[in-house]
Design a protein around this ligand. Structure first.
Ligand code: FES
Ligand code: FES
Length: 157
């Protein structure tokens, strides 16, 4: 089947098997390997991308379901000038070790901070509770997200 959608601001057209997940389409057809695949059944959050601004598990969505949508991956939340405030905050707080969970953490946190730049620690923990990290113990990730809030306040991103 053919599907047309936008990825990181670029229109793409893919021809895929109807059963292909958006995660596999991003990684294997579009070579956007920043989106990681862990559990493949919606539990770990590593595959989280933004679809029309909402954090979505791309292992639970078919590529053809993205028809007409705006998809943003972790690559789309980067820029060429340097680290974004959220990325810089993750580095400052040591909020990653192996990095496998990090793309999902960044996309989920970005969606949260865009919608709720005044969120508190409890809200950050609640939203990130669907993203598993085997390395950090989460404390540094929560601190990094809280520290990045200022960059989202009043900012249309
Ligand atoms: S790979 Fe999608 S939630 Fe784990
Ligand atoms: S940094 Fe290794 S799983 Fe989170």
């Amino acid at each position: 089947m053919r599907a047309c959608f936008e990825v990181n601001g670029r229109e793409v057209e893919v021809t895929v098997e109807p059963r292909l997940t958006l995660a596999d389409c991003l990684r294997h057809h579009l070579r956007l390997t920043g989106t990681h695949v862990g559990c493949e059944h919606g539990v770990c959050g590593a595959c989280t991308v933004l679809v029309d601004g909402k954090a979505v598990r791309s292992c639970l969505m078919l590529a053809v379901q993205a028809e007409g949508s705006k998809v943003v991956t972790v690559e789309g939340l980067s820029n060429d000038e340097g680290l974004t405030p959220l990325q810089a905050s993750f580095r400052k707080h040591g909020a990653l070790q192996c990095g496998f969970c990090t793309p999902g953490m960044i996309t989920t946190a970005h969606a949260l901070l865009t919608e709720e730049p005044d969120c508190d620690a409890d809200r950050v923990r609640e939203v990130l509770s669907g993203n598993l990290c085997r390395c950090t113990g989460y404390v540094s990730i929560v601190e990094a997200v809280l520290d990045a809030r200022a960059a989202y306040k009043g900012a249309a991103r």
